[in-house]
Write a protein that binds this ligand. Sequence first.
Ligand SMILES: O=P(O)(O)O[C@H]1O[C@H](CO)[C@@H](O)[C@H]1O
Ligand SMILES: O=c1cc[nH]c(=O)[nH]1
Length: 255
Amino acid sequence: MDKVFHLGLSTDQLNGANLAIVPGDPERAERIAKKLDNSICLAKTREFHVYLAELKQQPVVICSTGIGGPSTSIAVEELAQLGIRTFLRIGTTGAIQPHINEGDILVSTASVRLDGASQHFAPLSYPAVSDFHSTAAMVQACEEIGVKYHAGITASSDTFYPGQERYDTYSGYVNKAFQGSCEEWQKLNVMNYEMESATLFTMCAALGLKAACIAGVLVNRTRQEIPNVDHQEIERNAINVVLKAAEIVLDNNKA
Ligand SMILES: O=P(O)(O)O[C@H]1O[C@H](CO)[C@@H](O)[C@H]1O
Ligand SMILES: O=c1cc[nH]c(=O)[nH]1
């Protein structure tokens, strides 16, 4: 059986899995896999760390996407070739609304397309929208676990610094195109910044795949520019939510 180019895997290695949990961080992929049954590492190549595990006796893939749209698009394309149809992203994020606190979970219903990769799948007039049922599962998971969550629009940027209008940088300068952009997104009721959901949502919607995204809030940008380094507890809560959501999706698929 042919292997996909970057992940170096073939369909038979996924054991019939059709759902993948997709964090950005490769080490988070391992931490997620360790919480599931019978996890094995299938591949560690570039930013893509891929595990196969079982959740309630059903096969699930965990695959890191790395940071940003280009690498995310490769992971999603190759996983789709291998049989994955639902992608649940679990990320970290910076909130831009004052009422959202560190540690809250943000469920992205749709994303502002501040990326480049999504335009390789559909024109800018096409919405970066999540899959309704997968997103509903994320919300149900938050409610069942009892974590504080907000559902709404995310700004998804190719860059962490200028695209998210950060001035606490080497040059201290933000390109004119992004000056004032954070305030604009705040006024348009955007919840947060992260870096993969625009590509994930656009490509999955365009390709007939299902995608949802949650993220744990590391920093509130109305109070602080750069997140604190230690955020294990926030990540643990977000992992619990995505695992519960995966369980709900798998149950719904069986019914
Ligand atoms: O924690 P992850 O999933 O990597 O997500 C967020 O963190 C990274 C930036 O620090 C970007 O990938 C952003 O989307
Ligand atoms: O502020 C943040 C925090 C995490 N990830 C982002 O993309 N932005």
